[in-house]
Design a protein around this ligand. Structure first.
Ligand code: GLN
Length: 301
């Protein structure tokens, strides 16, 4: 398959969707982003990368970071599963309601409450953000990848809901580290800026059943399968059913407008366009992945 030609075709097909939806406006640093941008990259398991549009422009990865922090935690051990579930929540990504009914155990690692637990667990092994940056820089080949300090400062200023989630879980003894430290790490992870190229290259270990770009193993085959499974069922929040229906791949979105999707055995795909639908998923991004699996037949179904 000519993936460069495929990407050109997808970009043409989704052009009417680019700029639709609303950019995230909960912090000024994201509200300012020009909505009419679109990039898409495919990183194959053999190491080749293809892209179209703004695929080399860094953007705020936001909740896509949750995939990488989960993988890094699971690379140590699978103890985190006693602290977080793996069922879809059916609620918005920053919702508090289930936590009280479920004794401070978040439904899954890809909603904010679950990701706070994962970050807390990762911080138990050292500086969580440094571990994440080290991994992303190595996999992408871009040592300059870093936290966008303006986004991080803005996130920290508007983190009351995440703070509430973390303190609430602490009241159930589901926080090991002090809440302010965990929150700081979480905010910094969300504020990392990366391009579609970098995200796709960093995620391709999930298509390679746990093997990193240098051939070393990050995750065992079962753990990699499980991360993909949780992405499929929980990666796009309360739209995970619709995403599976339209795209048919494990995927993880972020409110910066990025979505990373995995075709096991073949490739990782990252698409970015800042306009979001009501559930916080990129409108043009979902449309592009829909076209991608339709044109290639590379859905897991
Ligand atoms: N920083 C955002 C938050 O914690 C990330 C949410 C997202 O991308 N869905 O609310």
């Amino acid at each position: 398959m000519d993936l460069a030609a495929l990407l050109d075709r997808i970009a043409d097909d989704v052009a009417p969707e680019i700029g639709r939806g609303a950019v995230a406006d909960y912090i000024p640093a994201l509200a300012r982003v020009e909505p009419r941008q679109f990039g898409m990259a495919i990183a194959e398991v053999d190491g080749s990368v293809h892209g179209v549009g703004d695929w080399r422009r860094p953007f705020s990865i936001q909740s896509m970071s949750k995939v990488f922090t989960l993988a890094l935690v699971l690379a140590h051990d699978d103890g985190v599963w006693t602290r977080v579930g793996r069922e879809p929540s059916g609620d918005p990504f920053n919702s508090l309601v289930q936590l009280e009914h479920e004794d401070g155990i978040p439904r899954n690692p890809f909603i904010n409450a679950g990701a706070l637990v994962v970050t807390d667990e990762l911080a138990h092994h050292g500086d969580a953000t440094e571990a994440l940056l080290r991994f992303l820089r190595k996999e992408s080949g871009h040592p300059e990848i870093d936290v966008d300090s303006e986004v991080a400062a803005s996130e920290a200023e508007h983190a009351d809901r995440n703070r509430a989630l973390a303190y609430f879980m602490a009241s159930y003894r589901n926080m090991r580290n002090p809440v302010p430290a965990v929150l700081d790490q979480y905010v910094r992870q969300c504020s990392i800026a990366m391009s579609c190229h970098d995200v796709a290259r960093s995620a391709v270990f999930l298509a390679r059943h746990g093997l990193r770009n240098d051939g070393s193993r990050l995750l065992g085959q079962s753990a990699a399968k499980r991360v993909n499974a949780v992405m499929l069922t929980c990666g796009t929040y309360d739209a995970a059913g619709e995403f599976a229906y339209r795209v048919g791949l494990p995927g993880k979105s972020g409110v910066g407008g990025g979505i990373v999707a995995i075709v096991p055995g073949r490739c990782a795909v990252c698409v970015w366009s800042p306009g979001l639908d009501a559930r916080g998923n990129s409108v043009a991004g979902v449309a592009a992945l829909d076209r991608f699996t339709t044109l290639t037949g590379w859905s897991i179904f």
